[in-house]
Design a protein around this ligand. Structure first.
Ligand SMILES: [Zn+2]
Length: 141
């Protein structure tokens, strides 16, 4: 997952979470975070940053076909997070012995999610760094 893809993926999670919260399908951001295994501070932050927090509740049992479809899609997007968490790409940093690091890339701390939930590197190789890591061009061959 490139940094760009990580940001886009994270934006899709945010959009889906806000859809479900706005339509009152979860009582609180915390409930949604726990249901989908997302960091609570991240979901709270998404909700706080939303300009219009007016709720337009949808009752699932009386939802229209279109609404049900939207609810299903948003839930599926958020369920996808569990899978992404489990099957993260390899770090790939070049080690002293010339091999590449096989650890999974880090999941960023909540305050770093603005740059995407997944870092480019594992925790040992700067995955938690606040700034983007400059790579030497040599690193890529
Ligand atoms: Zn690594």
């Amino acid at each position: 997952m490139t940094p760009q893809e990580s940001r886009e993926f994270t934006a899709r999670l945010e959009e889906a979470a806000l859809f479900l919260l706005k339509h009152a399908l979860y009582r609180k951001p915390d409930d949604l975070a726990r249901r989908f295994g997302l960091p609570v501070p991240v979901v709270r932050h998404w909700w706080r940053n939303l300009e219009d927090q007016t709720l337009t509740p949808i009752e699932p049992s009386t939802a229209s076909t279109k609404q049900s479809k939207q609810i299903r899609k948003a839930s599926q997007t958020l369920e996808g997070w569990e899978k992404v968490k489990r099957y993260r790409p390899e770090c790939g940093a070049v080690l002293a012995n010339g091999r590449r690091c096989k650890h999974s890339v880090a999941i960023r701390q909540p305050e770093g999610w603005g740059s995407g939930a997944l870092a480019e590197r594992c925790r040992m190789h700067g995955g938690y760094a606040r700034r983007e890591i400059r790579r030497k061009p040599k690193d890529d061959d």
